[in-house]
Design a binder for this molecule. Structure first.
Ligand code: NAD
Length: 280
């Protein structure tokens, strides 16, 4: 029995609503962290080419006795690895990620950032459609796309992304993106769902709600996401926190708590603005 509920993506693929993020986990520590997460019951892992830990992630998957079909593995194309992308370059980057992971398919492949100033995400998105049709990416989606970027891929390519993974936590609630996703059948996946553990977990409102339920602040914030319908991928390398972050069933925030957490929104990003981000 899975500890985590699943959502159904717009192409029928099932995705766990809570997974394990591995940004900033060095490759030689990733196998241990991912192994701990799999033992704790996580079945979804979120990595990326730029995290440089696809190999370590793949090692943990190979060492685990969880059958591949019960796992949901996400990786991402690092846009800035190329000046402007061509179809062949995208296919090569995808092959490289699969080889590092030691897998013959991923469950979800994402465009990491839109880089609108390069004007190449339409070419990338068309190629992602091919990867999806070939079955080597069971679902394809995007990350850090604003509604204007999503509208372009939908209008110009005609394929709606299954997922948009964006920075999202109570202090950056992303109402406009969430409404756009709901209207178009795109799943909202929250990165830095705990606000990177910086400050958010000490906010008095969060502390008070945690005390009310006898839960931790991290569990309250993750519960808020799940009740909104967001997919979450909290990261930790600490075994007790890895276990804590998946132990989020068995209590339900009431309307008053949900409103109090929504009131923390101040539109403040921890990460860069996708309209201008073009890191090389
Ligand atoms: P997060 O919100 O998951 O916070 C992680 C940090 O919070 C940890 O390093 C730790 O300091 C703290 N923490 C974790 N569990 C805790 C607990 N139970 N109690 C107290 N503190 C706790 O932040 P994140 O790692 O930035 O985001 C999660 C994942 O999202 C990443 O690992 C990555 O997979 C993904 N991500 C994607 C993008 C993107 O551009 N698509 C960007 C950033 C992150």
């Amino acid at each position: 029995m899975s500890k985590v509920p699943s959502i159904t993506l717009n192409n029928g693929v099932s995705m766990p609503q809570l997974g394990f993020g591995v940004w900033q986990v060095p490759d030689d520590e990733a196998a241990k962290a991912v192994g701990t997460a799999l033992e704790a019951g996580y079945r979804s892992i979120d990595t990326a080419a730029i995290y440089e830990n696809e190999k370590g992630t793949g090692k943990a998957i190979a060492a685990s006795d969880v059958p591949r079909e019960e796992l949901f593995v996400t990786t991402k194309l690092w846009n800035s690895a190329s000046e402007t992308w061509t179809r062949d370059a995208v296919l090569r980057a995808f092959d490289a990620s699969l080889a590092k992971l030691g897998l013959d398919y991923v469950d979800l492949y994402l465009i990491h950032w839109p880089r609108p100033m390069r004007d190449d995400y339409i070419t990338i998105w068309k190629t992602f459609g091919e990867l999806n049709e070939s079955g080597r990416a069971k679902a394809v989606g995007v990350s850090n796309f604003k509604p204007a970027h999503l509208r372009r891929v939908i209008d110009e390519v005609g394929v709606v992304p299954a997922v948009n993974q964006i920075e999202l936590h109570p202090q950056l609630a992303q109402a406009e993106s969430r409404a756009f996703h709901a209207e178009h059948g795109i799943a909202t996946e929250a990165w830095s769902p705990l606000g990177q553990g910086k400050g958010l977990l000490e906010v008095p409102t969060v502390v008070a709600i945690a005390q009310k339920y006898g839960r931790t602040q991290a569990q309250v914030v993750l519960r808020w996401h799940l009740q909104l319908g967001n997919v979450v991928i909290p990261k930790s390398v600490t075994p007790s926190r890895i276990a804590e972050n998946i132990d989020v069933s068995g209590f339900e925030l009431d309307d008053e708590d949900m409103k109090a957490l929504a009131a923390l929104d101040e539109g403040r990003r921890l990460g860069p603005d996708p309209d201008t981000f073009d890191w090389n």
